[in-house]
Design a protein around this ligand. Structure first.
Ligand SMILES: Cc1cc2nc3c(=O)[nH]c(=O)nc-3n(C[C@H](O)[C@H](O)[C@H](O)COP(=O)(O)OP(=O)(O)OC[C@H]3O[C@@H](n4cnc5c(N)ncnc54)[C@H](O)[C@@H]3O)c2cc1C
Length: 400
């Protein structure tokens, strides 16, 4: 049985799925989870990929299908209504989805990290209220923390005040705004440490969690979201910039604190998880090349498909091998190169699909240029200085 959330609302939710039923035993093991993901990706996400890419915002039908299969609870434990998938399964899952629809994969990926942060927080009321809905996909949570990697003065500051924190500055990238009704902000404290705080975009949507809370000096501050940013890739991801001026977040909604060194260590340890989207993108391009080879009897297309497919298998084997060697002294040296290789492979495979599709690849409705645009995005997503370094190194010396 699921823990009962305190006064969970029964009103309509942004995703449109039924309230959790209290059972999460629908998949016998992780292989069954991946089979379900493949089914949703191939039958729902894939056929709608062009439409989802060109839409003005996230394709809600895709998220409903993922939620109905329980997949939006992938990383949460079964006790909270999630699937409790292993790290390896999470990577495979992401790769499968990314081979069919980049924008949906990316948007739903943003929801899993903050769900885990809420799981780890010390506030049981917050967990009981939020986690069942996050696991079932009735509600989704956004994340804004990549800006913490930037050197120089913080772009988003957290000032401790009586009863909580006030946020000042900008959250430069917040994906899923509107589809998601809540966010975890990462902000810099006066001593340079990082704090992660949960906040709804609109307090009224979570009134129960604010019932006994009053902001200091009687004002809540402001949160202003820009219109969706105009993007060449992931334009339908509802990515906005949020400006915060004294936005008050109660101490009850504190999730965790951290520092630059811990973030750097987590980035290093997680570098291979981030290969999933570019590898999925490359797999989608190889699939497209094979389809094009069927339609056009040109040996070069078949040859490119075969060669890129072999290279993909090699990179995949390396991802698997080094994922087991987190404790090796040379782990990061290898892992960051593999990450860069996955990025460059995604770009090359999509570029090959463009070449094989000829002029029609320029049509916005052609999957080849969509995959190339997605590969462009994966080049910078969750980018660290080391990942940038390795990517540029590989582009400078492709043969090395
Ligand atoms: C469409 C889109 C949606 C996104 N959605 C989200 C989201 O929902 N949540 C989220 O948290 N992030 C999100 N991001 C951010 C994303 O994950 C990456 O962090 C971002 O693309 C990196 O670009 P940046 O301009 O922010 O780079 P920066 O973070 O400014 O730079 C990248 C790396 O280079 C290093 N660096 C930069 N300048 C210097 C310098 N002068 N000296 C030394 N090192 C330096 C930085 O420390 C960092 O490690 C999104 C990005 C995009 C493009």
């Amino acid at each position: 049985m699921l823990p009962e959330p305190a006064n969970r609302r029964e009103s309509a939710d942004p995703i449109g799925v039924a309230a959790p039923e209290g059972t999460t035993d629908r998949y016998a093991d992780d292989a069954a989870i991946l089979a379900a993901a493949r089914e949703v990706a191939a039958t729902v996400l894939g056929p709608a990929a062009t439409q989802s890419d060109l839409a003005s915002g996230p394709n809600v039908a895709n998220f409903r299908a993922l939620a109905e299969a329980g997949l939006l609870g992938l990383t949460l434990p079964r006790a909270w209504g999630g699937l409790g998938a292993s790290t390896e399964t999470q990577r495979e899952y992401t790769e499968i989805l990314a081979s069919y629809c980049g924008v949906t994969t990316f948007v739903q990926a943003q929801h899993h990290g903050p769900s885990r942060m809420i799981l780890g927080c010390p506030n049981d009321t917050l967990k009981r209220f939020l986690l069942p809905d996050l696991a079932s996909g009735r509600r989704m949570c956004a994340i804004s923390f990549a800006h913490l990697r930037r050197p120089g003065p913080p772009v988003l500051r957290a000032e401790p005040v009586a009863g909580g924190y006030r946020l000042y500055g900008k959250a430069p990238w917040v994906t899923g705004y509107g589809l998601m009704d809540q966010v975890v902000f990462g902000a810099t404290l006066p001593d340079g440490r990082f704090v992660y705080l949960w906040s709804p975009f609109h307090r009224d949507d979570f009134a129960e969690l604010f019932a006994d809370i009053a902001p200091p000096d009687g004002h809540w501050g402001t949160l202003h979201a820009s219109p969706p940013l105009a993007l060449c890739a992931m334009n339908a991801s509802a990515t906005v910039e949020i400006t915060l001026d004294g936005w008050f977040i109660p101490e009850d909604h504190w999730l965790q604190e951290s520092d630059r060194e811990t973030m750097r260590r987590n980035d290093c340890n997680g570098v291979l998880q981030a290969t999933a989207m570019p590898m999925g993108c490359a797999a989608g391009s190889v699939r497209l090349l094979n389809e094009l080879a069927e339609q056009r009897a040109l040996p070069a297309i078949r040859r490119a498909a075969r060669s890129l497919s072999c290279e993909w298998e090699e990179v995949k084997a390396q991802v698997r091998e080094w994922s087991q060697k987190l404790d090796a002294p040379d782990f990061f040296v290898h892992a960051v190169r593999i990450r860069a290789h996955s990025i460059v492979l995604a770009v090359r495979a999509a570029h090959a699909a463009v070449a094989a599709a000829s002029g029609s690849a320029n049509l916005l409705t052609h999957p080849a240029q969509r995959l190339l645009r997605e590969a462009l995005f994966y080049t910078v997503q969750a980018q660290t200085q080391e990942v940038m370094d390795a990517t540029l190194g590989l582009l400078e010396h492709p043969a090395v």
